[in-house]
Design a protein around this ligand. Sequence first.
Ligand SMILES: [Mg+2]
Length: 390
Amino acid sequence: MKVVDIIPYVVTQELDTPFYFSQWEYSTRKICLVKVILEDGTYGWGEGYGPADVIRAGVNFFKPFVLGKSALETETIWQEMYRRSLDYARSGSFTAAISAIDVALWDVKGKLLNLPVSVLLGGVKNPVIHPYATGLYFTRTENLGEELQKEALMYKEQGFRATKMKVGLGIEQDLEYIRLIRDAIGPDMKLMIDSNHAYSYREALELSRRCEAYNIGWFEEPVSPEDYEGYSRLRKQSSIPVAGGECEYLKHGFKRLFENECVDIAQPDICAMGGLTEAKRVAVLAQAYHKDIVPHSWGTWIAISAAVHFVGNLDSNPGRMYGEVPMIELDRTENPLRDKLTSSKIELIEGEIKVPTAPGLGVDVNLEILEEYADNSTNNKSGSKLEVWS
Ligand SMILES: [Mg+2]
């Protein structure tokens, strides 16, 4: 069944409450979705993570190389896109465009074969997944500490077993918020920290050592993604597991992370690093290096669903009878596009997600809502707005 059209959509929405993290402040959500249509009208949805307008340009670049190909041949199409861009874009938003098309192809392949993506990937090894709540960003409010405590407690009451907070405002400030949040949620809920590469190796080591008492599940992106040596030194000297990889692309990026002993937990973003086709290869690589995988996930339920199916298929490594339930990142920050754009068959019940059994990814886009949020004008508004894509 041949691909006859590929349509990228950029959707955008201003936020009611801007929020910030260690790098900058966000006031707008902007996402590139991709629809792949086959000759019989069957369609699949994909999503790219990163600057939406650039990804849309990438999708349009790859389109002629995909049209006319069989949608069942996801690896053949992936390889064609990779080779067509290899000479001048070995990572970054072009790879995110490959990812968006690839995810849409897996969705449509599942619909064609009447099978969920997790089964296509090789089988559902983890039918239940524990999402962790990503939130606890910073807002311009009178008493941020109190607000963070309330938010963390809300996640606990919603049944989340783990949550991840932002750090990177300076070590003393970070420690205060870590203490307040740990006090609020008590000792049993997992708490992870993410500095979004705000620190030098020495600063990250100091923060890591001084927050050991708060039982931190992992320290995410402690240093620059370019600083493989800093990652490696920190990991050797800290008792807190080190996580990273949302800025890495393709198997080659993750090979560098693993070879340099940078992380305990790899965090590929399926909609950025090469799609489900390449994420499956990174899962094999992680297994060979004895590393865990908890994917980075952000955006609409298309991206989240891709991650759910991927984690549903992951091997537990090492295997055991009563192993840990695998985790997935579930962003809880304000995102009207995520909440309204898709009809999701994935439900969060008592802190658990069941891998969906519907064909493909198990989500569909509401076209009326898509129209409402679409920003497909060439003269887009992004120049005057900050975009949320991280
Ligand atoms: Mg992160």
